[in-house]
Write a protein that binds this ligand. Structure first.
Ligand SMILES: C[S@@+](CC[C@H](N)C(=O)[O-])C[C@H]1O[C@@H](n2cnc3c(N)ncnc32)[C@H](O)[C@@H]1O
Length: 197
């Protein structure tokens, strides 16, 4: 399969237009996809990839549709699943809480939210790990990539498993499960959060 990088987003449809025009029966969103294309998901990102500018915290941008995950503007009870990996930590705490509220509104009753993100507590533990590689992998999580001069790569708030579970439950998610067997990035340091509307 030919993977094309989005070096500009002008020719990529807005998420709202994409869904309006195609009206798919099932809508599974992969938000903040970067260079990771997920089959059967609608891959969404907000920022194009400029190969001439260092952008080392992602593997490009292959979005099917353009959307700001903080403001997706989709109707209530219409989304079958939301998956996102290594994006939550790029937002301030209050932005993340607003965003999680908005996703709950858009998810169909019973639909699933899956997020993978560094676990603050595990990052602290890894800071003292005997392996220098793991110490570095922990250190990078606190402030994110601040050497490539992309504001969207900065980390603004790293959640612990306990805090994200409690917050999701307060917002109204149910069946919230936090584990550390992630599908992406670093198992053990990162957490996988599953919840339902
Ligand atoms: C660290 S990268 C992770 C990329 C991919 N999910 C992965 O796991 O490799 C964070 C991604 O979130 C995207 N992003 C940041 N803010 C966003 C926003 N407000 N709306 C949509 N995507 C956003 C960035 O463009 C980037 O592709």
């Amino acid at each position: 399969m030919l993977i094309t990088m989005n070096t500009t987003l002008e020719s990529i449809p807005r998420l709202t237009e994409y869904i309006r025009d195609l009206s798919p029966d099932v809508v599974k969103l992969h938000l903040g996809c970067g260079g990771e294309r997920w089959k059967d998901y609608l891959n969404v990102d907000l920022y194009a990839y400029d190969p001439d500018k260092p952008d080392s915290s992602r593997s490009g941008c292959i979005a099917d549709a353009v959307g700001d995950m903080r403001d997706l503007q989709l109707p209530d009870d219409t989304i079958d699943e939301i998956f996102t990996s290594h994006t939550l930590e790029h937002f301030t705490r209050w932005e993340a809480v607003d965003m999680l509220n908005d996703w709950l509104r858009m998810l169909k009753p019973g639909a699933k939210l899956v997020m993978e993100t560094p676990d603050f507590t595990r990052c602290i533990l890894w800071l003292f790990h005997p392996s220098s590689k793991k110490r570095q992998l922990a250190l990078n999580m606190f402030y994110g990539n601040q050497w490539d001069r992309h504001d969207f790569e900065t980390h603004r708030y790293v959640w612990s498993g306990r805090e994200i579970k409690q917050t999701l439950e307060e917002i109204g998610y149910r069946d919230v499960v936090v584990g550390h067997r992630t599908w992406t990035h670093k198992r053990g340091r990162d957490m996988r959060i599953e919840a339902r509307k």
